[in-house]
Write a protein that binds this ligand. Structure first.
Ligand code: DGL
Length: 276
């Protein structure tokens, strides 16, 4: 492919399910010319309770699928897969790839003033300690306190974004982070930006909330610019600009996706990911 044609190729974005749509939404906002192929692994979600070996195998299958769609770059729009699979995958792949963890860690490291950063995420992401590793590579004196919040994803997928039940659970999860006086909190799971207002209210306005979805879209833009891969030509919404694939339950995915992404009704196609 010529360099011109390469820049017009889509970006491949994947997640364990619907959560990566918060990252996709940011990419659509920040680099609106880009075409996107999204894959949500709805048959095998959640990744947050699985082992590194399994999450890495799933991620590699998805990347093989995305490469059949001639993507020019890949975004791992899932904290768990970024934490567990990206370090191995980035050694092997020959197109630009980024995850959500490093951009989030970088911003948090520069935002903290008292050197105490909290991370909320899935069990797997917290267990991997990758946020701590990346933050301490930037500043070894920063203390990073992780807290797994496994009930948040199901509550959010049930649509309980503003609900007393979510408030109650959030208070329990977040109280220990309040007690140790963190001044920066990373929303280290793709779903959590959807309950940002609840988390912000509980943490108080002295705590800076870092949304890795936003930071990842900015990092992607920089990466594409550096590699001369940014799409300079406009793509109309009709011409297959945004395409969505899932491994199961297309209808459920579509319903959720249409509450997050407001670019007309979006539809998803089911593929058999085990074939890749
Ligand atoms: N997308 C996942 C993440 O950001 C959350 C859902 C899951 O456990 O698969 O970690």
């Amino acid at each position: 492919m010529s360099m011109n044609k390469m820049s017009e190729a889509p970006i491949g974005v994947f997640d364990s399910g619907v959560g990566g749509l918060t990252v996709t939404r940011e990419i659509m906002r920040q680099i609106p010319n880009e075409k996107i192929i999204y894959f949500g692994d709805t048959a095998r979600v959640p990744y947050g309770s699985k082992s590194q070996e399994v999450v890495t195998r799933y991620s590699k299958q998805i990347i093989r699928f995305l490469r059949t769609q001639d993507v020019k770059a890949i975004v791992i729009a899932c904290n768990t897969a970024s934490a567990m699979a990206l370090p191995e995958i980035e050694k092997e792949i020959d197109i630009p790839i980024i995850g959500v963890v490093r951009p989030g860690a970088r911003v948090a490291a520069s935002a903290t003033k008292n050197g105490k950063i909290g991370v909320i995420a899935t069990d797997a992401t917290i267990g991997s300690d990758v946020y701590t590793e990346y933050i301490q590579q930037i500043n070894p004196n920063v203390q990073v306190i992780g807290k797994a919040c496994p009930l948040f994803c199901p509550l959010i997928e049930e649509g309980l974004w503003q609900d007393p039940v979510t408030d109650e659970i959030a208070m329990r999860y977040l109280s220990e982070l309040i007690d140790i006086d963190i001044d920066t909190l990373i929303l280290g799971c793709t779903h959590y930006p959807l309950i940002r207002s609840t988390i912000g209210r509980i943490m108080g306005d002295k705590v800076t909330l870092v949304n890795p979805a936003y930071e990842t879209a900015s990092s992607l833009k920089e990466l594409l610019e550096t590699d001369h891969l940014l799409n300079e030509s406009e793509t109309g919404l009709g011409s297959n600009k945004y395409r969505f694939f899932v491994s199961d339950s297309a209808k459920k995915f579509q319903n959720f996706a249409n509450t997050i992404i407001k670019y007309g009704i979006l539809s998803a196609k089911v593929i058999n990911i085990e074939e890749y």
